[in-house]
Structures are given as C-alpha cells and as structure tokens.
Design a protein around this ligand. Structure first.
Ligand code: SAH
Ligand code: SF4
Ligand code: F3S
Length: 482
C-alpha cells in the first residue's frame, strides 16, 4: 500500500472554481508532492504513457505527458517507471484483452517499487463492466478515469496521491471543452489538433459513441489560435481530428462547415500541410471537394471508411449511404483531385453478412483500388445494437473471407505503389532512417513513405525530392537540387 501524502499548503477555500485555473492550481500542488517524493527516492520520478487505439487517444496522451512533465516527472522508455498510464481503447475486444494481459506485468514491477503509481484512462474505462472487473481483480491500480474528464488529470493525480485506495472518476458524458492546458508533442514539426469530440452516428457495430459521448465541436477561433501557436513553435503539418470531421461545426453557436474551417486554416502563414481524419461518406459535401481541389495545403489523401460494400449491410450498420453513393463520391473526388490517395476501413463478418454481401465489398475494393486499407474482423461490442443481432457469422467463415479480402487489398496496393516514380515532389522529413543512419525518412502529401540520403538537420523541413525508385511500399529518392 502506498504512503498517503499530505501538504499543509492546501487551503480548500482557495481552490479556483473555473478552468483551466483550477487545474493549474492542482499542478502546483502535484509539483510539490512530486518534489517531495523525488527527494525521498533520491532521483527524479519517472513516467511512461502507453497509448492504445486511434489518433484521438494519441493526442490525449500528449496532454497527459504535458501535465506530467509540467509537474516534474521525467519520461522514460520502459514501463518499469514511477507512474505508468495506459490510455486504453475498446473499439474491438482484442484491444481490451491486451490491457488486462499487460496489467499483470505492471503488478510485478509495482511489487518491487512500492512508490509506483498505475493509472488507467481512455475509452475502455467508460464501460462499467470494465471498472467493476478492475475493482474486483486489479486492486493494485491507483487511478482510473475516463475520456470526458482527462482535462482534470492534475486534480486526479493530487486526489490519488492523497488517498491510499483506488481513485475512480468516470463521467457518463460532458458538454465541456477545456482549453489551454499543457501539451507535450511527440513530434516537433507535426501535430494532431482536435476539432471536435465525441460521435453522434451510432453505427450499429460501434462502441465509440458510448465511450466518447455526444458530438461537440471546438470554436473555430480556439482551433486557429492553437494552430497559430503550433506553427510559431515549429509545426508545419497538422492533422485535424474528429470521429466525423465532415459534420464539424453543426452544434456551434455560429454554425460553420468543415469546408469553411479548412479555408480559415489554409490562411495560417507558415503552415504547410493540412490532413484530417476521419471523413464519414454520408457527410462528405461537394463544398469540401471543391475546397480540396483548390487548396495548396490540404494533402492529397482521403481516408474514407467503407465498412462494407453491400448496401443491405450498410443499412443495418446505420451508415446512411449505399454502395452506389459511395462509388459516386469516389468518382467525384478523383475527378476533382486526380492523383489523390484513397484509403479506407473495412469490417468483415458483420452479423448476417452473406457470401453475396461479402462479394459486394470485394467489388468495391476492386473498383476503387485503394492505396491501402485497414481490414478488421467484426468484434461484438456489448451494448451496441449489432451485438444483439442473431445471425453472428461463424468464425471460420469470417476468417476465410478476411484472408481473401486482405490478399486482394494487398495485391492492389502493390500494383498502385510506385505510380509517382520519376516525379519530383515535396517530402516532409520526419526522422533518421531506422536501419541506415545515412538516410532520412519522410512522407509525401499522399502519405507515402520516402527514404533518401540526408541528416538530422533536415528533420521537420520540406524538400523537393526526386522519387527514383519504388521498393515494395516505399520510395527511394534524392533531394532535387535543381
Ligand atoms: N469514426 C471513424 C471510425 C472510428 S473506429 C469512422 O466512422 O470512420 C475505426 C475503425 O474501427 C472503423 O472505421 C471500423 O472499421 C472499425 N470498427 C469499429 N467498430 C468495430 C467493431 N465492432 N468490430 C470491428 N471493427 C470495428
Ligand atoms: Fe463509430 Fe460510426 Fe461514430 Fe465512426 S462514425 S466512431 S464508426 S459510430
Ligand atoms: Fe479506440 Fe476510443 Fe479511438 S475506442 S479507436 S481509442 S475513440
């Protein structure tokens, strides 16, 4: 059992009511505790944040890291640290299983380090059954919180440090967005930017709306302000994040479309590249296609989740588009932006999926010819409408279809790779090559990876690169001096 901490400096009457002031107040207290503990330990306290799931979670983790560093923790590579946090995902069952498996390892570290704190947050924690299980069988976890109150992290750390039992704080939903808290970016030159939170779509297989709450958009002026600060700090590429960016702005006091927001962001001087994720086909407007066509900064890459090619299944999935509409959209986009890279997400084995339904998916894959596709085996999520559907597809049938789909997707990606060979295109250099230190690795606007001779000074900058050769799924090139 960890030792309870208490400071005399807390005058509860002084705790600010408003955010983010309240959190800065708690950061000061946490800082004092961390200092005290580090003195006891004789070295700085270390932390490790492990992220599961999507880019939203990755961005949330940067917020956790920002606060931890602000209060005096030092990041370490290993999970054998003084504070370990798992930012969890629950979109598919295997995401959950991974967390339970790894908690066992954390427990063994904690036995050797009695000061160690273990925190769990993210989407999985929004499920009451998960929290029940943790309370029963994982008593060594110190802090559990959800997706809606992550901004309260500093306050929760203080509560946990002052308590000698498990601290749990989960909210069912929120309409609150707290701005201006510390964030520590993983990359100096690119950053995710939340433009909205939550999801209102309730696709029948998906748990996200239950664990991320109702859709709410950030004010455009807050988004612009954040990006301007990022650019001043060296960022050249932003990834605008939302579960359905195409429905951005509908619930604002002064409604604004996603296309309009993009045009405002485009004006930010110094910003070179704009990406976004994810576009729901049902809300992809002609206005957006028009803006993409004329933009100098929006990358020529669109992730457009298909989920299924069968109109019958799409209807039961509650996706609000059919096969024909999807294919029309793809045509429209390709006409407007001819060399755009298209990627997608596909689910195999949704309840009731027949061989004919699956063949419709294969048909769309062959017609669209995706540059790449994420393929998933349907996972039953308790509480979603699909989980209650009777005709769950047999495991061996799903596996066989999944393998067929994957093969087709990979065959097409391989055929499509290399189409840009011979061209000179801008590449944002991201890192030193993992295998050969004389090379650097970067990305094209369409997200393809490029390796070229270079050095660390090039990281975070954009160079014109001649794409000399395509090997498998990446290009090899050289800076074009001309
Ligand atoms: N908001 C995004 C998707 C977020 S989840 C969108 O609508 O496109 C990322 C992907 O996980 C989804 O596109 C879907 O393909 C997959 N997914 C979601 N729920 C799933 C489930 N129950 N089983 C298998 N895959 C699922
Ligand atoms: Fe899930 Fe659908 Fe919302 Fe995407 S749009 S997060 S798939 S419910
Ligand atoms: Fe997973 Fe939550 Fe993202 S469930 S996919 S981390 S929104």
């Amino acid at each position: 059992m960890k030792k309870k901490l208490e400071l005399n400096i807390i005058d509860k009457k002084q705790i600010p009511e408003v955010e983010p002031e309240r959190q800065y107040y708690f950061m000061d207290i946490a800082k004092a505790y961390v200092k005290q503990l580090a003195e006891r330990k004789g070295s700085p306290l270390t932390f490790h944040v492990t992220t599961f799931g999507c880019q939203m979670n990755a961005r949330d983790s940067e917020k956790l890291v920002g606060i931890l560093e602000h209060i005096g923790y030092v990041e370490t590579e290993t999970e054998n640290a003084d504070f370990v946090i798992y930012n969890t995902c629950t979109v598919r069952e295997n995401a959950n299983n991974k967390v339970y498996g790894r908690l066992g390892v954390l427990q063994s570290y904690k036995k050797k380090n009695p000061h160690m704190m273990i925190g769990l947050c993210g989407c999985m924690m929004q499920e009451p059954t998960v929290v029940e299980k943790l309370k029963e069988s994982y008593r060594f976890v110190d802090l559990i919180f959800g997706t809606h109150n992550i901004y309260k992290f500093a306050e929760l750390i203080v509560t946990s440090m002052e308590s000698n039992s498990m601290t749990i704080d989960i909210w069912k939903d929120t309409d609150k967005i707290v701005e201006d808290l510390p964030v520590e970016r993983k990359y100096s030159f690119k950053s995710g930017v939340n433009i909205m939170f939550g999801c209102n779509n309730f696709c029948s297989y998906c748990i996200v709306p239950y664990v991320r709450g109702r859709e709410r958009s950030r004010e455009p002026k807050e988004i612009i302000r954040e990006i301007e600060h990022l650019v001043a700090d060296g960022v050249v590429e932003v990834m605008l994040l939302g579960q359905n960016v195409n429905s951005y702005g509908k619930n604002l006091e002064h409604p604004m479309s996603f296309a309009q927001l993009l045009q405002e962001i485009e004006k930010i001087e110094g910003l070179e590249r704009i990406r976004f994720m994810t576009s729901h086909p049902k809300d992809l407007s002609d206005e957006l296609i028009e803006v993409m066509k004329h933009s100098k900064k929006i990358c020529k890459h669109l992730h457009l989740p298909l989920q299924s090619g069968s109109s019958r299944i799409l209807k039961i999935m509650n996706r609000h588009y059919d096969k024909e509409h999807y294919l029309e959209l793809v045509d429209k986009i390709r006409t407007a932006v001819p060399d755009i890279a298209l990627t997608t997400d596909i689910i195999v084995g949704f309840p009731g999926e027949t061989e004919e339904d699956f063949e419709e998916t294969m048909d769309v894959v062959r017609r669209v010819r995706y540059d790449s596709a994420f393929t998933f085996i349907y996972s039953k999520r308790t509480g979603t409408p699909a989980a209650a559907m009777e005709e769950q597809v047999a495991e061996d049938v799903v596996k066989e279809r999944f393998d067929r789909l994957l093969k087709e997707v990979q065959r097409i990606s391989a055929e499509k790779a290399g189409t840009l060979t011979g061209q000179t295109l801008p590449v944002l250099i991201e890192e030193i090559n993992e295998h050969d230190a004389s090379l650097v690795t970067g990305r094209l606007g369409n997200n393809s990876v490029v390796h070229l001779p270079g050095n660390a000074d090039m990281i975070g900058r954009i160079f014109p690169v001649r794409l000399e050769e395509c090997r498998g799924f990446y290009y090899v090139g050289k800076v074009d001096e001309a």
